[in-house]
Design a binder for this molecule. Structure first.
Ligand code: ATP
Length: 353
């Protein structure tokens, strides 16, 4: 049986339905991210697991036990929030010791466990500092140590990195993932940063207006988006409108250029419109580029993004972006040049609504 289960979970605030029939089974030791735009219900689900909100319907179990009758402090859950929620009048040591004291642990046990936790986050040398004497990144590491000290059965992370600057975010997310794997603790992480979710999760839940549009590994979510919403929310994607030419042969036209899809078109008629997705990294205009499919059009823009140059061509009514890896010898095409983008037909996905 899965370690953390959410079965037919619904949540309404008065007449507003915020979560619609959410179902998920999370395995022990899994790192799950909830990813989605503001207001889609991610935090509400996290708060229901923590016991801060009561589901309108449905059941949450942890390690086989129904949580509905348990208060937050009876659930043995560790939480880290977006804002630095350390106790300002306590040292780092006392902050990390807090949950252990509440649980009635002895002095020796507390000392040993706090030392262990501060070692885990590499802050043993700051045990006597107060929160105001530390950077935001250090405070969040202490918040993590404080959440983990009482050995919770589940760790909930509510956008713990969002107040930090970009560089610290990246190093701290890697540190969190490492510690999570080291301890094997089942973790649920809420974020609206897709790169964050893709880089550290075992599985991602893509939330859209209170529903899970897709639950899958980062690889599945990125490469096989189940819906148009997932396709546009995760990564930079070209969404291309195509006209069905010959359904039996999986043949469509983009602008006036014919393309044979690898994926089966299914029940459509000639003349129907279908949406296709193509990642900008899938194609190349380099001489000798491989690929059984080609689209030709004029360059309408080029954007220098550092490691890549994103170039956009126009094919029919569809602007199509593609990335060229930057290198000192690279000469990007000029606006107005006509170029041919090559890729394999399998990279062109049919997006179903
Ligand atoms: P964000 O990324 O902005 O935190 P979210 O996906 O976590 O967004 P939630 O905080 O779960 O979204 O909120 C989902 C919806 O529920 C929002 O429309 C919000 O206004 C509403 N909501 C949340 N808590 C309450 C509450 N206590 N009473 C009424 N409405 C609420």
């Amino acid at each position: 049986m899965s370690f953390l289960t959410l079965t037919h979970i619904k949540k309404s605030f008065g007449p507003v339905h915020v979560v619609h029939d959410f179902n998920m089974a999370i395995e022990k030791g899994e790192f799950i991210s909830f990813l989605g735009p503001s207001g889609c219900g991610k935090t509400t689900i996290l708060r229901m697991v923590a016991g801060f909100e009561t589901p309108t319907a449905g059941t949450i179990t942890i390690n086989g036990r129904d949580q509905s009758a348990l208060k937050p402090n009876q659930r043995n859950i560790g939480m880290v929030f977006q804002a630095y929620a350390l106790f300002p009048n306590m040292t780092v040591f006392d902050n990390v010791a807090f949950g252990l004291k509440i649980a009635g642990a002895g002095k020796e046990e507390i000392g040993k466990r706090v030392k262990e936790m501060l070692g885990l986050i590499n802050l043993d040398h700051l045990a006597d500092r107060y929160p105001y004497q530390m950077s935001g990144g250090q405070q969040q590491r202490v918040a993590l140590a404080r959440a983990l000290a009482p050995k919770p059965q589940v760790l909930l992370l509510d956008e713990p990195l969002s107040a930090l600057d970009a560089k610290i975010r990246v190093s701290l997310r890697e540190e969190i993932r490492l510690i999570q794997q080291q301890l094997g603790i089942t973790t649920v992480f809420v974020t609206h940063d897709q790169e964050e979710a893709l880089s550290i999760s075992d599985r991602i839940v893509i939330m859209n207006a209170g529903r899970a549009d897709q639950i899958g590994t980062p690889f599945e979510i990125y490469n096989r988006p189940a819906t148009r919403f997932v396709a546009s929310f995760v990564g930079t994607l070209n969404l291309i409108e195509a006209k069905v030419l010959d359904p039996a042969a999986n043949r469509v036209t983009i602008g006036d250029q014919g393309v044979t899809l690898k994926e089966r078109l299914g029940p459509v008629q000639a003349g129907d419109t279908v949406s296709l997705a193509l990642r900008p990294e899938a194609g190349s205009i380099a001489e000798g580029a491989k690929g059984d499919t080609a689209l030709t059009g004029p360059v309408v823009s080029t954007n220098f993004l550092g490691s890549v140059i994103r170039t956009r061509i126009s094919v029919g009514d569809s602007p199509i972006s593609f990335d060229m890896f930057n290198s000192p010898g690279l000469v990007p095409p000029a606006i107005g040049d006509t170029v041919t983008l090559r890729f394999t037909a399998g990279d062109l996905l049919i997006v179903r609504d």
